[in-house]
Design a protein around this ligand. Structure first.
Ligand code: COI
Length: 369
């Protein structure tokens, strides 16, 4: 059966319903405790690209494995980008996305950096909205549950020459998720890697490409060996300035009530959550700085009490307090190692808008169902 779920004129988004969707009872069991990125829905979105046809064959179809040539360039040269965004259950039972236009824009920017054809914003939005509509039953109703959408684009074809591909597959998969961090602790711990860097000026640090994350895995594994939840990367030049965690941005909160986060200088991901929190903090009247912060200063400020809170933020991580920071030269703790008042205030303001418990004066909510 071919139907249309796009409800918008921009894309002819075909709908081929899954022949064997997961039965409702089984789905309910999976949704009770989904964890992060383990439970997948019945459908996926696909749009294909080649030089002759441009973007074509947009469809929502049953989730299925890809078949690709072993010489497909994504398998060799990692020409790949992705996004992360969430759909939330509304109090009235409907569903909404949070700032999907921001993800669409960032996806297009990442595409250009990786020598890929940008997907038009409306096609991106239609594919996401169409998938949420098709798989709306997969949005958990739990307090911290949501439907995590993972749009991605890969270079396809069959050649080993070092050049940008001319064939691409854009797809979106969806995963019912709960909290990203498995820990029951009220805060997470960080390992400061001195050996590895995530990004260097002129590199791909601000693009959301798989290679950035592949390159961070060995440092993340080191963090886990050190008994920490996440790795924190310093800048590549001076090895001094705090940049980003393995998969999320970082914020600092000071005793004088001000809030600080590293500036976007090309090596840091333009986090949508980061940007939203900056807006919320400014509108709360907090003093906000986008300025570099040195790791030694972080330690000194935590020890003197000048810094009272720190938190990680991202689509997956939401807002997660940081309680302990460990490095080769010892460790320090932050505040009471639990969520502080400013972190709590910012987190609630964000989550309440996302989940429809507070009005959205910013136009961030994209109602889908
Ligand atoms: C996200 O927060 O959406 C991300 O892409 C981070 C990823 C490591 C889960």
């Amino acid at each position: 059966m071919i139907a249309d779920v796009s409800e918008a004129d921009h894309t002819d988004l075909a709908f081929e319903p899954a022949a064997k969707p997961v039965p409702a009872e089984e789905r309910a069991k999976l949704l009770a405790d989904p964890g992060f990125g383990r439970v997948f829905t019945d459908h996926m979105a696909i749009i294909e690209y080649d030089e002759r046809q441009g973007w074509h064959d947009a469809r929502i179809t049953a989730r299925h494995p890809f078949t690709m040539d072993p010489a497909s360039p994504v398998l060799h040269y990692a020409q790949e980008i992705f996004e992360g965004m969430k759909a939330y259950r509304r109090p009235d039972g409907g569903a909404a996305l949070f700032r999907p236009d921001a993800n669409a824009r960032r996806f297009a920017k990442s595409a250009l950096r990786l020598a890929m054809p940008p997907l038009p914003e409306e096609m991106f939005l239609d594919s996401i909205r169409g998938l949420v509509r098709a798989d709306r039953e997969w949005i958990p109703e739990t307090e911290d549950g949501s439907l995590y959408l993972r749009p991605f684009m890969i270079a396809n074809g069959s050649f080993l020459g070092m050049r940008p591909s001319t064939e691409f597959i854009y797809a979106v998969i969806a995963s019912s998720v709960g909290a990203y961090f498995k820990t029951d602790a009220p805060s997470v711990s960080l390992w400061v890697t001195r050996e590895y860097v995530r990004a260097a000026p002129g590199g791909t640090g601000e693009a959301k490409c798989g290679g950035n994350y592949a390159g961070s895995l060995v440092a993340q594994a080191e963090a886990v060996r050190q008994g920490c939840d996440q790795v924190v990367f310093l800048d590549a030049i001076e090895r001094r300035w705090v940049e980003e965690l393995g998969g999320m941005n970082v914020f600092f909160v000071f005793a004088d009530g001000s809030v600080q986060t590293p500036p976007l200088t090309g090596t840091i991901l333009h986090g949508v959550t980061r940007d939203s929190l900056l807006t919320l903090a400014r509108d709360m009247g907090l003093v906000v700085r986008e300025e570099p912060y040195a790791i030694d200063q972080w330690r000194a400020d935590a020890e003197s009490g000048r810094l009272t809170e720190a938190f990680a933020c991202g689509t997956a991580a939401v807002v997660t307090p940081i309680g302990r920071v460990k490095g080769t030269d010892g460790e320090f703790t932050i505040g009471g190692q639990s969520i502080g008042p400013t972190t709590m205030r910012l987190r609630s303001a964000l989550v309440d808008i996302q989940r429809g418990h507070a009005p959205d004066p910013y136009g961030w909510i994209d109602r889908v169902v």
